[in-house]
Design a protein around this ligand. Sequence first.
Ligand code: PLP
Length: 386
Amino acid sequence: MNRHASTGTPPIPFVDVAAQRRRLGSSIDEAIARVTAHCQFIQGPEVFAFERDLAQFCGARHVVSCASGTDALLMVLMARDIGPGDAVFCPAFTFCATAEAVVLVGATPVFVDVRESTFNIDVDSLRRAIASAEASGLRAKAVIPVDLFGLPADHDAIAAVAREHGLFVLDDAAQAFGATYHGRKVGTLAAATATSFFPAKPLGGYGDGGAIATDDDELADVLRSLRAHGAGADRYDNVRIGINGRLDTLQAAVLIEKLRIFPQEIEARGQAAERYRAALADIVAVPVATNDATSVWAQFTLRVASETRDRLAAALRADGIPTAIYYPKPLNRQQAYCRFPVAPGGVGVSERLSKEVISLPMHAYLDAPTQDRVIAAVRRAVKSLL
Ligand SMILES: *Cc1c(COP(=O)(O)O)cnc(C)c1O
């Protein structure tokens, strides 16, 4: 065991997948054994059972599973025939996949700033971005709000702007499945919702996976075709260009078991977040809790002065506490994305956040003693840096 000198205790994990594995026990092994017995590894019965379970969980009419969160975003843009000459608005402060899907269909991502308080898309910046995209000759087609770190964006305000400008709304809920907004569940807040089952997400599998939730029957049909190479009546009838974007049966079998305990895990994440907030709010900027929405706390992200962030991370590391920086650069500063347009007025909040944010260990199995260790270390480090 890797013990640290200053505390004599082992480093704690950032996300404790092993603790969840212990809790799930034999149910996972049995689920996997059922698949290895029936051998329908592609589009087996668990895939469709999981889609039904997930649709029931979030209240959407359809859930179409797929190979990753990135494919979920990509397939929706393909289904909507979004391509060259089309502008798709997305926040600058997000994981690259949000904009990557836009570029893959040949459309132009237009980077929008986020709000300081929620880290989510700023509707005023969105309005400016739409006006400038249209003035430059692009067709404003869609907006991809991201529910960053588990907290839903301001979907009512986004819907109002989208209606005004005829934009399709694709919710990037890769980090926020299970969250609510004005009592409505993520999966029903936009015309289509993409999510991810990457292992570190709140609802993660044992590999890559994703899904799209929608109430639109026609869109769901097209998505089912797209994930299977654009299949029509059968798999050797190709009616459109698609991708190989299916969720593995084995992952679906694992996810069925994980979804059963997901509501309790969401509770536990919420309690851990509250403990952090109560114990740290007096010395450091903690994330907001609002009456509008509940978060699934994919991350618990502090803000500190940019000059002290590296030293805070180093001090915590020395105490066996891992931290992570989501995200160290806004997308408009990335080599691959810097050629795309930015909303007039810039994305100053995204730029600042990328220098100030730091995320603490957060998962459903963060017990009080472990969390107290994190809290004590953060308090000690922040005080010594002041
Ligand atoms: C993880 C993530 C994705 C991509 O999901 P994958 O399953 O890894 O492809 C997209 N958007 C956001 C905001 C994410 O956090």
